[in-house]
Design a protein around this ligand. Structure first.
Ligand SMILES: [Zn+2]
Length: 350
């Protein structure tokens, strides 16, 4: 490390092992055995500690004869951040704007822009624009006298488009969703796990509740107007996958969900699913991930409103100082979930 500033190599190495994106741009990791340098969060296999040497900047690593990694493009961190911010600013203006136009705005290719935007926010630019539009419509509907006018004003071509988008996003028609699941059939079971009894409930579309130490009565409070039934044979495979995801956490990404929430909550929940198993983020970091830096309180309540534990991994959110923080089902279960995820990860990060 050729920098004057105080630099803690052990802390840097821990950041590399955790693939902690907060350190991107603060230093680069030189790998002497391969002759390349990386961002701290590079997804490639970790080098051995004795082959690593840290540099403050890519230029210094280059001067030492190393080449930038093609996978993580360590020299592009600041440019990437600026490009993502420019895209968010453009999308917030509203109006139509396709990916090609956004790419021209930033000077990146469309696929590359799509990739870095998704990495930063958890959403594609198109999905981000849809979420903004939905938020505008939902906010307007709360106070509007004229429902259709509010929907047009939020940028929809027709009210039917808004209802279709809501149905796709929420898995339920908006009016059904408001009435506590009326007209929905929900299949449930209480399963024994090593973390205690676990309630799993699902619609035809996916899992709608996962909780610990709850029973059918608790479920009925969440979905007072739904038709609740003990799960039969046709849900056995899905529930077995859910059980496996709890016993060997980190393998849940493919399990379909049917969750109810505002567009903002949906965005937070999506972002939670992009936190790698075994890693943690603070509320502030989560807010930054969805492009709403400063909204950590709103992010905290969206996190708390999550009804599908483990599969939407709200247990990966901790206090800013790194303390474990609260959990709806107790700190013990939270700590155990994180411990299991870290154990499951460790073979690939040795
Ligand atoms: Zn790399």
């Amino acid at each position: 490390m050729t920098n004057d500033r105080q630099f803690d190599e052990e802390r840097a190495w821990q950041a590399v092992l955790a693939r902690d994106r907060r350190f991107d741009g603060l230093f680069v990791t030189g790998v002497l055995s391969t002759g390349i340098y990386c961002r701290p969060s590079c997804a490639a296999r970790h080098p051995r500690r004795e082959n690593v040497c840290f540099f403050a900047t890519g230029a210094q690593a280059g001067a030492a004869g190393l080449r930038p990694c093609r996978r993580c493009a360590p020299d592009g961190v600041a440019l990437d951040e600026a490009a993502v911010a420019a895209v968010i600013a453009r999308l917030k203006q509203g109006g139509r704007c396709n990916l090609a136009e956004l790419a021209r705005l930033t000077g990146y290719s469309a696929p590359h822009l799509q990739r870095i935007f998704r990495r930063a926010t958890g959403l594609s630019p198109a999905a981000y624009a849809r979420a903004l539009r939905e938020e505008r419509a939902i906010a307007a509907l709360a106070t509007a006298d004229q429902v259709d006018e509010a929907i047009y004003a939020a940028g929809y071509e027709a009210p039917s488009r808004f209802y279709a988008a809501m149905k796709e996003r929420l898995g339920m028609e908006p009016h059904v969703w408001r009435k506590g699941g009326a007209g929905q059939m929900i299949h449930w079971a209480v399963m024994d796990t090593t973390l205690g009894p676990m309630l799993v409930a699902a619609t035809e579309r996916g899992v709608c509740r996962l909780s610990f130490a709850e029973d059918a009565e608790d479920l009925a409070r969440c979905f007072p107007n739904a038709d609740l039934r003990p799960a039969g044979e046709s849900f056995r495979a899905l529930f077995a996958e859910v059980l496996a995801a709890v016993e060997q956490p980190g393998s849940a990404a493919h399990i379909p969900l049917d969750v109810q929430g505002t567009a903002f909550q949906q965005r937070v929940w999506r972002a939670l699913r992009t936190i790698p198993p075994g890693e943690t983020r603070s509320y502030g970091e989560l807010a930054a991930m969805i492009g709403s830096a400063g909204a950590s309180r709103a992010v905290g309540s969206a996190n708390g409103a999550n009804g599908v534990a483990v599969l939407i991994p709200c247990h990966r959110v901790v206090q800013a100082g790194g303390a474990l923080g609260g959990y709806a089902y107790g700190a013990k279960i939270k700590a155990e979930l994180l411990r299991r995820e870290r154990v499951a990860r460790s073979p690939s990060s040795s």
